[in-house]
Write a protein that binds this ligand. Structure first.
Ligand SMILES: [Zn+2]
Length: 240
């Protein structure tokens, strides 16, 4: 339990331990978790991390509520400022646009593993949601997701990897029919990648090769993450 809660929320394992000696242990654990998580907002800057906004705002980047509740919305000030610049850039083409962020990093400690990611352990990486359109072709607000956690709702396209059972490149074909059918918004998503690659602080952007082709993005910073890491046709990964 401690390992599972620590691996998913960083502070949940401690909160669970605090609650153990009490009769109302679940209640005490939940209250401790809330106190620890709220305190992290003020303490994390001393460790070189800052939280992303959890509230959607026009012309800004925000983390989805599930990432905020699980303390997975922390970045370095440099990445926060790069994300702000990227949204400013997008605003010139799409005024009032809002950018949805998925997993970033935990509030404390470098090299602390954040499952299932291999590299989100230093505040210098963040995953961005794609932009979508509804069935009538109207743009949906940034941060609208196809699956409850933003991941695993893959765009259709030819995989660059062989089907292997023991890697993080999960296909989850059986889940695909469950997700909403929002259509990928090519204009806003390709503009987002263009803004990210144009930002001098951003060094790498990961995207599946079939989407690089479909979005017509061709830049040395846009890479394929390889076959052993998670698929990147459900989100965009960027890093400083
Ligand atoms: Zn990532």
């Amino acid at each position: 339990m401690i390992i599972a809660l620590t691996a998913t929320t960083q502070l949940g394992g401690i909160a669970w331990l605090i609650g153990r000696p009490f009769r109302q242990s679940l209640l005490v654990s939940l209250a401790s978790y809330a106190v620890l998580s709220i305190s992290a907002i003020w303490v994390a800057p001393a460790f070189g991390r800052t939280p992303l906004s959890c509230v959607p705002e026009k012309g800004g980047a925000h983390a989805g509520i599930i990432f905020c509740v699980t303390n997975r919305h922390y970045v370095t000030p440099e990445l926060k400022s790069a994300l702000n610049d990227i949204v400013d850039d997008l605003n010139t083409s799409f005024p009032g646009i809002q950018l949805g962020v998925l997993d970033a990093s935990f509030p404390f400690l470098n090299d602390f593993p954040m499952l299932p990611h291999l590299s989100h352990n230093d505040g210098r990486k963040a995953d961005l949601a794609f932009f979508y359109k509804d069935s009538d072709g109207r743009p949906l607000p940034g941060g609208t997701l196809r699956s409850p956690i933003g991941y695993f709702a893959y765009e259709t396209g030819r995989s660059a990897c062989p089907a292997t059972r023991f890697d993080l490149h999960w296909d989850l074909n059986w889940l695909q029919r469950v997700w909403s059918k929002h259509e990928l918004d090519i204009d806003r998503t390709s503009k987002l990648i263009e803004a990210a690659t144009a930002n001098p602080r951003i060094r790498k952007v990961f995207l599946e090769p079939h989407l690089q082709k479909r979005l017509d993005v061709n830049h040395p910073k846009v890479r394929f993450q390889g076959c052993y890491a998670a698929r990147h046709d459900d989100h965009i990964h960027l890093q400083l």
